[in-house]
Design a protein around this ligand. Structure first.
Ligand code: ZN
Length: 139
């Protein structure tokens, strides 16, 4: 599955701390792919990706691709933003249930409040200094 890439003409207000382990995740997002880790012992997914399984504590995890499609579980508009995000306020955030059964929190691209359970897709936000990701309604 390929994520649409939305170019954002600014730097990220609060860039993620990239480690040797998470480099692969952020490189994939920049290329329009959403990946995470799956446990080779119990088969459960984790998000964000981890070097161990939070379900059974196994350290046998491997990378796997995600569809980037899901449904909106919850959303809100942030008006009183933390100082570092003040220039971006107001902005919407949501909780998305991905098709694969993962529940993730993410920025939500929508001028109006989408109805709950609306189909959403994850997109790459390509800022001038690197990627982030967000969800947007696609139904
Ligand atoms: Zn496990």
């Amino acid at each position: 599955m390929t994520l649409d890439i939305v170019r954002v003409d600014r730097v990220r207000a609060y860039p993620p701390r990239v480690t040797a382990f998470t480099q692969r995740f952020w490189d994939s997002v920049a290329q329009g792919r959403l990946e995470t880790t799956v446990c080779e012992d119990c088969g459960k997914l984790s998000f964000p990706p981890k070097t161990f399984c939070p379900h059974c504590w196994s350290t046998r995890t491997r990378w796997t691709g995600l569809s980037g499609h899901g449904r909106l579980y919850a959303q809100t508009m942030i008006h009183a933003a933390p100082a570092i995000f003040r220039d971006e306020a107001p902005y919407r955030v949501g909780i998305v249930d991905l098709q694969e059964g993962l529940r993730i929190a993410t920025r939500l691209l929508s001028d109006e409040a989408p109805k709950l359970d609306t189909p959403v897709e994850i997109v790459t936000l390509l800022y001038t200094d690197g990627p982030l990701f967000a969800a947007r309604p696609n139904g």
